[in-house]
Ligand binder design. Structure first.
Ligand SMILES: Cc1ncc(COP(=O)(O)O)c(C=O)c1O
Length: 437
């Protein structure tokens, strides 16, 4: 056993090129407001809200105090057949914030868990309502729904799938929404509503009576910010309704103000039957997920088993008191500082600043909505991902945290970002893109 601080071998880091990282580590030691501080004492502007989660910025004393107080008052309480009041209070609050009709909340510990919960609920709902043949789950190419077997099975990112065998049986995927003709769209692209009709193809192939649910991210985040074409989500909703298929929105990154509305469903005016959230719910301070469902879905699980368990599903950390306390404090801050409205107000400036990068070398597309954006670079010949990663490293060395997804530079800053900080982020990205030309 070794305890040397400079020995980095024991920690197998997630989604990381471990050897490369350990040869030249990039370590954070503290964070405050919009900035991380590295172990070299350098400040880095957080262009990614951690990992799409630190929507209220870093180092919020109020949340830390609430968490501390909660831990000293009620550190843990199981949600299996017992409860604690704050979890019920938070569920009511989330139902109030959510699109009309999503009134019931099931807590979990992460986005992946929120997704697997939604998929299981969808299959179980059809069984409860006498349609037990509906077990098929449909995702979308380029979708990301976490890393559980359910989420990976409906996910559409090949590297997340290819090493894990056949995954769940009975899944399929509609086509993604990326069209070259939509390059450099501001906000929602004009072309592609008809891509939703791909669901009709799968209905024709498998039979509607075998399909339980379709899950999509309203804005696909992890694959590099794909904004749905105008009319696409409305059409997907209509096709689901026509065939009795449940529509699940994975709002793990779009929830809690990212688009300038509480949830993307409200931005697009399309309400799913089930909605998955996580990340921003606790501002990244505590792992938590939640699955919100409509009354239609919830009611089917009531009635026939007054004394019985109505859903054989749940997690040790469902409704964890500390997570609930963190979420309540985060939502208080969001309300008091008007952060959702702030994101909406900042979005046009963000869009202009982002699209001003169009003249940079190798830029083949720029996409944005709310306070999220992506700049897609042409890959180096035979070396996909290398240019993007080098740009990430350059930005890191020059004061900003910007993610590279392959050759796509992705940003989703905390909602507290100022006008000057938007300019700083974009000039750091410009310099990085020029450096890797
Ligand atoms: C859309 C979406 N769903 C699910 C997840 C998984 O969340 P977690 O990492 O909390 O399990 C993510 C994570 O980035 C995500 O972007």
């Amino acid at each position: 056993m070794t305890t040397a601080l400079d020995d980095l071998t024991a920690y197998w880091m997630p989604f990381t090129a471990n050897d490369r990282f350990k040869a030249a580590p990039r370590m954070f030691t503290s964070a405050k407001g919009m900035f991380y501080t590295t172990d070299e004492g350098r400040e880095l502007l957080d262009g990614t809200a951690g990992l799409w989660c630190c929507n209220i910025g870093h180092g919020r004393r109020r949340v830390a105090d609430a968490v501390h107080a909660q831990m000293m008052t009620l550190d843990y309480a199981s949600s299996f057949q017992t409860g604690h009041p704050a979890a019920f209070r938070l569920a009511n609050r989330l139902a109030d914030m959510a699109p009309e009709g999503l009134d019931h909340v099931f807590f979990s510990g992460s986005g992946s868990e929120a997704v697997d919960t939604a998929l299981k609920m969808a299959i179980a709902w059809h069984k409860k309502t006498g349609q037990g043949s509906r077990t098929r789950l449909i995702g979308r190419e380029r979708g990301f729904h976490g890393v559980g077997f359910g989420g990976v099975s409906v996910g559409g990112i090949v590297n997340n799938r290819r090493n894990y065998g056949p995954l769940l049986p009975g899944t399929d995927h509609i086509c993604h929404t990326h069209l070259v003709q939509n390059a450099f769209s501001r906000g929602q692209p004009e072309h592609g509503a008809e891509l939703a009709d791909d669901l009709e193809r799968l209905v024709a192939l498998h039979g509607a009576e075998t399909i339980a649910a379709v899950i999509v991210e309203p804005v696909a985040g992890a694959t590099g910010v794909l904004v749905p074409p105008k009319g696409y989500l409305e059409r997907l909703r209509a096709i689901c309704d026509a065939h009795g298929i449940l529509l699940i929105f994975d709002e793990v990154v779009t929830g809690f103000g990212r688009l300038g509305t509480n949830f993307a469903a409200q931005w697009f005016g399309v309400t799913p039957d089930i909605m998955c959230v996580a990340k921003g719910i606790t501002g990244g301070l505590f792992p938590m997920g939640a699955t919100l469902v409509s009354d239609k879905v919830r009611q089917a699980f009531r009635g026939d088993a007054v004394h019985g368990i109505d859903l054989f599903h749940g997690y040790t950390y469902s409704g964890h008191p500390t997570g609930v306390a963190a979420a309540e404090a985060v939502l208080d801050i969001m309300d008091q500082e008007g952060l959702v409205a702030r994101a909406a107000a900042m979005a046009p400036l963000w869009e202009d600043a982002l699209h001003a990068l169009r003249d940079c070398p190798n830029v083949v597309d720029i996409r944005n909505i709310g306070l999220t954006g992506a700049v897609e670079l042409a890959p180096r010949e035979g070396k996909p991902g290398e240019r993007g990663f080098d740009a990430h490293l350059h930005a890191f060395a020059n004061g900003a945290l910007i993610r590279a997804v392959g050759d796509i530079m992705v940003m989703s800053p905390p909602l507290i970002i100022s006008e000057e900080q938007v300019a700083q982020l974009m000039s750091t990205l410009r310099a990085a893109i020029e450096a890797v030309a």
